[in-house]
Design a binder for this molecule. Structure first.
Ligand code: SF4
Length: 457
């Protein structure tokens, strides 16, 4: 432990008073969103701004040294990255504003999961780190939790909560569609670099749309604009290029989406001849609603058996709440994909209920055990059924759910004779990484050729 870490003292009051859900409506405070997924962060910040909430994305990966300095090495890699990001941002902000820097004017957004892995502890740990800097003690940490399905209650006026949730969810689905568009076009682009430029421009256009129409709930305007971007994107595909082997990605959500942290894995796979599809952001959001609904149903059945009439009402309320959220989300997602798929053959998303069925059929894991392993294991099997030519599991070194995934899925993939690769990351550059990816792609191309060289798409 470094000398600085040794000096960190836990103030338990701070953990409850300065970490949680704070009312940000009409506040002068700036809501700081970490950049896990570049497009997703920007569209979410724009959505918040549309609701009158000052909000911005903080840059990422410039503060990694700071993150490493203020962690002990036992934390997950995303914790080191995000700790570095917020410290770097605040230090730069303080330099920029001098004596006008007011820490109470910032709320750093760091969600959490109810367990069982370490994600529930990131924001508490980061609270301790911020408290170790006298100048940052008054920066609050705004947190949403999977324990209540990322409820936004208490964040803004109650009558606007539902609207914010709907617009926020749409921003996630639009992010997924823009990314699927990127991965569909880039391996076949007419000119090197043109897809990246187009997607960057599209992100800014969609940001403006969310800021303008999100709070008014004029979602058709947003989807109309998305459609016109898809039309434009299609023209960037070289028409005579044959389709390439299709590679699916699963794993830990932060690493899958953070291109610096995963050393731009998708681009590297494309470089060696792949077309890639990453598991979506919406899948995780749907999973949290699905899992809360599942828990509420179990609790309801249990109370009924025990004749606990008082708790029955509360569980029924939860069933309606989470069931309603899930229904809305899945319908909205379906609507957006349907409109996108009319224009271009992007990969559809997995339905969480179907993923649970897959696990039950194979009896290899259970949603009762929870974590992203539920989605990764079933997602890999679904990719296999859809005819993907290979799957990559992307995760932070020592990540618990992804290690479980790897242990369970490897023998199955051997049996199915579908190439599979684990890619753990911890910030270091492993000398054999590129060779492993090339070998994996060689196997994927063989799988593709064995199946007649036909794309599964
Ligand atoms: S999912 Fe993995 S990386 Fe994330 S907190 Fe849990 S163990 Fe760490």
């Amino acid at each position: 432990m470094t000398e600085k870490n040794a000096k960190k003292v836990i103030n338990f009051q701070s953990l409850t008073e300065k970490v949680g859900r704070f009312d940000i409506s009409g506040s002068q405070a700036m809501f700081l969103i970490p950049e896990m997924n570049r497009i997703g962060g920007h569209l979410l910040a724009a959505t918040f701004r549309g609701f009158g909430i000052r909000s911005r994305v903080i840059g990422t990966y410039k503060g990694l040294d700071l993150g490493k300095e203020h962690t002990s090495g036992k934390e997950c890699y995303p914790c080191q990255i995000t700790t570095g990001d917020i410290l770097y941002f605040l230090k730069k902000e303080k330099e920029r504003l001098g004596k006008d820097f007011l820490p109470q004017n910032y709320i750093y957004f760091m969600p959490e999961a109810g367990g069982p892995c370490r994600f529930g502890m990131y924001n508490k740990y980061q609270r301790i780190v911020l408290d170790s800097f006298p100048e940052f003690r008054h920066v609050k940490i705004g947190s949403l939790t999977t324990s209540d399905g990322y409820s936004l209650d208490g964040l803004i006026n109650p009558e606007r909560v539902s609207g914010l949730r709907k617009a926020g969810y749409l921003s996630i689905v639009v992010t997924d569609v823009l990314e699927r568009l990127l991965w569909r076009i880039r391996p076949y682009e007419i000119k090197p670099g043109i897809t990246d430029e187009f997607i960057e421009k599209s992100m800014h256009i969609m940001e403006a749309c969310f800021e303008r129409y999100g709070a008014q709930q004029r979602f058709d305007k947003i989807i109309d604009r998305l459609e016109s971007l898809i039309e434009e994107g299609k023209s960037l595909i070289k028409p005579d290029l044959p389709r390439k082997p299709l590679i699916g990605i699963v794993g830990e959500i932060y690493l899958r989406h953070h291109v610096h942290a995963n050393q731009d894995l998708i681009r590297l796979l494309e470089h060696y001849g792949a077309e890639v599809v990453n598991a979506s952001l919406a899948e995780w959001v749907n999973y949290t609603s699905y899992d809360r609904l599942r828990e509420a149903k179990t609790a309801f059945r249990f109370s009924l058996k025990q004749m606990h009439l008082n708790s029955l009402k509360a569980h029924l309320k939860d069933i309606l709440k989470y069931g309603g959220d899930l229904l809305y989300q899945q319908q909205k997602q379906k609507q957006v994909y349907k409109r996108a798929e009319k224009l271009i053959d992007i990969q559809p998303d997995h339905k969480v209920g179907h993923l649970e069925e897959i696990l039950k059929e194979n009896d290899i894991y259970s949603f009762d055990a929870g974590t992203e392993a539920c989605l990764s294991i079933s997602g890999i099997i679904q990719y296999a059924r859809e005819g993907f030519n290979g799957v990559v599991n992307v995760y932070p070194f020592t990540c618990m759910p992804s290690t479980i995934t790897s242990a369970i899925i490897k023998p199955l993939m051997n049996e199915l004779r579908i190439p599979y690769l684990d890619t753990p990351y911890d910030g270091s550059f492993q000398p054999g990484r590129e060779a492993a990816i090339r070998t994996f792609m060689y196997q994927a191309i063989q799988h593709f050729n064995r199946n007649g060289g036909k794309p599964s798409h």
